[in-house]
Design a protein around this ligand. Structure first.
Ligand code: PLZ
Length: 455
């Protein structure tokens, strides 16, 4: 069967190597074709077209080998085309591609739900339903919470990101680019302040930040009206905001007392990214429902809602589903990804990545007044850029640093409500040398751009 495939990516040399300028001529040609037929609304971080990718590198159509510090936005935690994933997908795609689980079921879907019951926080009885995208999982978590509680209000946080569909746009905080012109938005969504240690008043504890948010819920919404509190345990698109210790447990505890469903959106943080299977694990927080996607299936589209069996089963038969949800090929990929994470201890690998990155970035912060904050956990690390001596966001500098890294062959992403956060999401299988080289490039970019006048 292997003879029929394009050359194996498993052998791609794990090096940064630029053979043209970035983007090269073939990528520029493809960008021109793209411009003619792809809607402008779909953006591009790096105008580089990919030919192959594995481990910690992405090779473009001009033959440039780039170091990947983005993982396709926290998706290929196991690396691109991870060997077990490739094998499982090939076998499944040759057996059958789709029947629709709601029509004639298959084992892979059930096996993924069994893994989710084992791996997600808490040892209570759990059930899952599978979907295609993160946004779809979040929408369904809200449907389940409303159905189970008979209530409607959903509480979300400043800087939150939950998707681009109509309900999830309403749940997402940031207007540009996600919401501008796309209203009207769904109702019964209430936004409260997040714990954001860098921007909160100094010394505000996690429990105090939780009390600040919950006081608003009690006075403006009414505890008895809250179907769910929905939160990313570490915010992703919002700028890798790590809440102060004690914040998440206090929110979870309040939900428990108020009879509201505590939903953790672990779509970006899940599957070993932060050094545990899930980010909630760090403080022993047990959500009632967890949404997952991205890292679950090594690059194939799959998402899930997992939670307390009695909540999940509150929905009438036929109330949840979708044509492709839990597609057999995506399920095979998920089982192989999870196996890879387990066998290769990718949670441990994520912790080692954090242990490498944080000290170097903190040392860089010492000599770079424009770096206001360095934060994150495991392999989910960010630096927040500001005007020296203030906390005023500097999105322009974040963009210049990102572009300088791209030009030198390192894929980095930006994030944040103010667009001033540079974020790093390396595949968890990245080699230490490659990671160190990527950090050399990042540091050099700062030394060039963060100290020059006018930056
Ligand atoms: N919840 C926490 O991070 C997706 C968005 C990229 P989908 N984040 C990447 C973009 O600009 O569209 C995300 C997330 C969290 C939900 C989602 C939505 O997941 O699979 O993109 O729908």
């Amino acid at each position: 069967m292997t003879d029929l495939l394009v050359p194996s990516t498993a052998t791609l040399p794990q090096v940064r190597r630029l053979v043209t300028e970035v983007p090269g001529p073939r990528s520029r040609e493809l960008m021109a074709r793209r411009a003619a037929v792809v809607a402008t609304g779909v953006s591009t971080t790096l105008p580089v077209f990919v030919e192959r990718a594995t481990g910690g590198v992405v090779v473009d159509v001009d033959g440039n080998s780039l170091i990947d510090l983005g993982s396709g936005i926290a998706v290929v935690n196991v690396g691109n085309s991870a060997p077990l994933v490739v094998e499982a997908v090939q076998q499944q795609v040759a057996a059958f591609t789709h029947t629709c689980f709601m029509v004639t079921p298959y084992e892979g879907y059930v096996a993924v739900c069994e893994e989710l019951a084992r791996l997600t926080p808490g040892d209570h009885a759990k059930k899952s339903a599978l979907f295609n995208s993160g946004a779809e999982a979040v929408e369904n978590a809200v449907k389940i919470a409303r159905s189970a509680t008979g209530r409607q209000a959903v509480v979300v946080f400043d800087h939150a990101y939950h998707g681009r569909t109509n309900l999830t746009m309403a749940l997402t905080a940031k207007n540009m680019p996600y919401k501008q012109g796309f209203g009207p938005f769904a109702s019964e969504i209430y936004r409260v302040p997040m714990s954001y240690p860098y921007r909160d008043q100094p010394g505000l504890t996690g429990t105090e930040a939780a009390a600040r948010a919950l006081a608003l819920v009690e006075t403006q919404v009414g505890a008895g009206n809250v179907a769910a509190v929905l939160i990313e345990p570490i915010q992703g698109e919002g700028g890798f905001v790590v809440p102060a210790e004690g914040f998440l447990p206090a929110i979870a505890q309040w939900c428990h007392q108020a009879g509201a469903v505590f939903i953790a959106d672990e779509i970006q943080t899940g599957f070993c990214r932060t050094g545990d299977w899930f980010a909630c694990d760090a403080e022993g927080v047990v959500p009632d429902l967890v949404t997952t996607a991205k890292g679950i299936a090594g690059g194939l589209p799959l998402a899930a809602v997992t939670g307390r069996a009695e909540l999940m089963d509150a929905v009438h038969t036929g109330g949840l589903g979708g044509t492709y949800g839990g597609n057999p090929v995506a399920c095979a990929a998920a089982l192989a990804s999870i196996e890879t994470m387990r066998v290769q201890d990718l949670a441990g690998a994520a912790r080692r990545i954090g242990d490498t990155m944080l000290p170097r970035l903190r040392a860089l912060q010492e000599r770079t007044p424009a770096i206001g904050d360095v934060r994150g956990r495991g392999a989910m690390i960010a630096v927040e850029l500001v005007r020296p001596g203030t906390t005023d966001p500097d999105a322009g500098l974040a963009g210049r640093i990102a572009r300088a890294c791209h030009a030198e062959g390192v894929v980095v992403l930006t994030a944040g409500t103010y667009g001033n956060v540079l974020r790093f999401l390396p595949p968890l299988v990245i080699g230490q040398e490659l990671l160190a080289e990527a950090l050399d490039v990042v540091e050099a970019a700062f030394d060039t751009y963060a100290h020059s006048p006018g930056s």
